[in-house]
Design a binder for this molecule. Structure first.
Ligand code: NIG
Ligand code: FE
Length: 411
């Protein structure tokens, strides 16, 4: 099947295959072609260029996009899309004055979602989660990382990971799975943290690895959750089974977690609402990608990741949604990009780089996603007519997507 897109107003994020991420000053540049064509063969981008060089080919379908633009699908490297029920009552409790921490200390938060998930069958969990996956597909996401972490026992963590696997088999979207058993201490381990750490290391990780259900390992490294030392043990246990680390860290407090993650060669450190000068120094010259989650800050009213300071110091930055029932009940990457521009003072070029090419690095799919590159998957966003791509964050609540193409298929 060959599809030729012609008269593309702006073809955005065109890159050579050798570029796997952009950092610092490079983030200010979003390479593009104006009045372009793009050729899709089966699920692959096989060619693109200026209209004046458009080849005369026999193709199955020609789509004239006059006035419309094309960019690679969003790559959302941090989500918790698989969950049961919702936490709408906690949302109202926060409006009425309770903090996220106070709700957690009353047995709500992650433990509330864990209770719901444990009581939900695998089939029902799949049905609930696929609705959210279909929604983010319509919103332009072409690759997504999904975490476990609301099971908090072996059986329910396996249930979540099997649902993630099934979603990956049934939808034309790239999915990577992350094991997040260390999301919170279950109530029965409240006074026996060591017992839960041992359960994760000795039973959960080997069982998950045996079924090949996870690509990465995560932990919530935070005051009141998992300590630096506990998280290091979990990262190292994961590494033995080939699971690189992607760690929730510095959401509320800076306790040396970023240095521990870099030391253990974590692929990403995520959240980073609180970042110290030492954290920035440690991240420089590391291969660890910092990941900001601005719609989490928006929803629970906590500080935004200091993106300006980090990028100006020469660091790369990726943006992700954090789609989850407690702190970000949305996976809309258009809104993530807009919020990064509006609240974190990232330029549209920086924000789009962070949500595409750097997102692909942050979920280990740079070889296939994240840019318009010959040989990469034809997973694309076709916009409605736009004045320029600046309109995507500018008209922040508008629906800019006309249609999406996932792995060469028009959705
Ligand atoms: O990334 N901070 C830790 N985990 C999730 C939220 C978990 C929840 O409240 O359900 C996050 O924000
Ligand atoms: Fe998260």
């Amino acid at each position: 099947m060959k599809i030729l897109l012609i008269h593309i107003k702006e073809l955005l994020q065109i890159r050579d295959k050798s570029v796997i991420m952009v950092a610092g000053e490079e983030m200010k540049i979003l390479p593009k072609l104006e009045n372009a064509f793009l050729l899709i063969e089966d699920e692959i981008i096989s060619d693109f260029g200026l209209m004046e060089n458009c080849p005369e080919l026999a193709v199955d379908r020609v789509i004239d996009l006059s006035g419309q633009s094309v960019l690679p699908s969003w790559v959302d490297s941090h989500t918790h899309i698989v969950y049961a029920g919702n936490r709408q009552q906690e949302f109202v409790d926060r409006i009425n004055g309770l903090s996220y921490e106070e709700i957690f200390n009353r047995g709500g938060g992650i433990l509330n979602s864990a209770k719901k998930l444990q009581e939900t069958t695998e089939e029902d969990l799949y049905e609930q989660s696929k609705v959210r996956l279909e929604e983010v597909i319509r919103q332009g996401t072409g690759a997504v990382e999904i975490k476990s972490g609301y099971g908090l026992n072996l059986e329910s963590e396996l249930k979540m990971l099997r649902v993630i696997k099934k979603l990956g088999e049934n939808y034309p979207i790239k999915i990577k799975a992350t094991f997040l058993g260390a999301h919170a201490f279950p109530t029965i381990y409240k006074d026996n943290h060591e017992g839960y750490i041992q359960l994760i290391i000795d039973e959960m990780i080997p069982a998950i690895a045996k079924e090949k259900l996870a690509d990465y390992i995560d932990a919530f490294l935070e005051t009141g959750y998992f300590s630096v030392e506990e998280t290091e043990r979990i990262m190292q246990a994961g590494q033995k089974y080939g699971l690189a680390a992607k760690i929730h860290v510095n959401q509320f407090t800076a306790i040396g977690g970023i240095a521990a993650c870099v030391k253990n060669k974590a692929l990403t450190v995520d959240h980073l609402e609180i970042v110290t000068d030492e954290d920035i120094a440690v991240l420089k010259n590391s291969t660890t990608m910092p990941v900001a989650l601005p719609t989490c800050s928006y929803f629970i009213s906590i500080p935004y990741t200091p993106a300006r300071k980090m990028i100006d110091a020469g660091l790369p930055l990726a943006l992700a949604s954090d789609f989850n029932p407690g702190t970000t009940p949305s996976g809309n990457m258009n809104f993530v990009v807009a919020t990064a521009c509006i609240k974190m003072k990232m330029t549209p070029e920086e924000a789009i780089n962070a949500a595409t090419i750097n997102g692909a690095y942050a979920m280990g799919v740079s070889d296939e996603y994240g840019s318009i590159t010959r040989g990469k998957k034809a997973s694309l966003i076709i916009t409605k007519p736009l004045n320029s791509f600046y309109e995507i964050p500018y008209a922040f609540a508008s629906q800019h997507i006309d249609r999406v193409i996932l792995e060469g298929k028009l959705i």
